[in-house]
Design a protein around this ligand. Structure first.
Ligand code: T46
Length: 141
């Protein structure tokens, strides 16, 4: 049973998973079918060996993304300026949409954790809101 998402601009994204038994699993993502945008960028985060690491801690003004944990587990914190919640990410084929104006934090990484993110646009530092007070001000406009 999945925890309901109470924050705005989010949602679960479940990808097709083909279990090849002793030959492993295959997970498939198709743009505009599994995710609601064309993919312009993909990045992944590895070497999360420090259990006290915290990543994210920002929101995006326009960018849409979907985040997956493709190995191990981590905790995703989501905050839309009104509601916030923490989700355990530990399913290789279940991602979470990080829509615009959603403050997000990734922490509690397991050993060997690998994150994969698909994004609707190219990297632009101008799209980031990295100060929480600024985020709250913009979210309440
Ligand atoms: C996000 C979460 C889920 C680039 O130059 N190009 C890129 O495409 C990215 C993603 C990052 N960078 C640079 C910007 C920073 O100087 O790499 C450095 C580390 O980025 P940041 O501190 O934003 O990394 P995270 O893990 O906190 O956040 C990343 C994404 O940046 C962000 O968009 O939503 O993952």
């Amino acid at each position: 049973m999945r925890e309901p998402l109470i924050v705005k601009n989010s949602g679960y994204v479940e990808l097709k998973l083909i279990r090849d038994n002793r030959d492993g699993n295959l997970v498939i993502l198709e743009a505009l079918r599994d995710v609601p945008f064309e993919l312009k960028r993909l990045y992944y985060i590895t070497n999360l060996e420090n259990s006290v690491s915290i990543r994210g801690q920002h929101a995006h003004k326009q960018l849409e993304q979907v985040i997956f944990c493709i190995q191990g587990s981590f905790t995703l914190g989501l905050d839309d300026g009104q509601n916030h919640q923490k989700i355990l990410m530990n399913k290789v084929n279940v991602g979470i949409k990080l829509g615009k104006m959603l403050w997000h934090t990734m922490e509690d990484f397991s050993n060997g954790c690998v994150l994969l993110v698909v994004a609707s646009d190219y990297y632009s530092e101008e799209d980031y809101i990295r100060n929480y007070d600024d985020f709250i001000q913009l979210a309440h406009q």
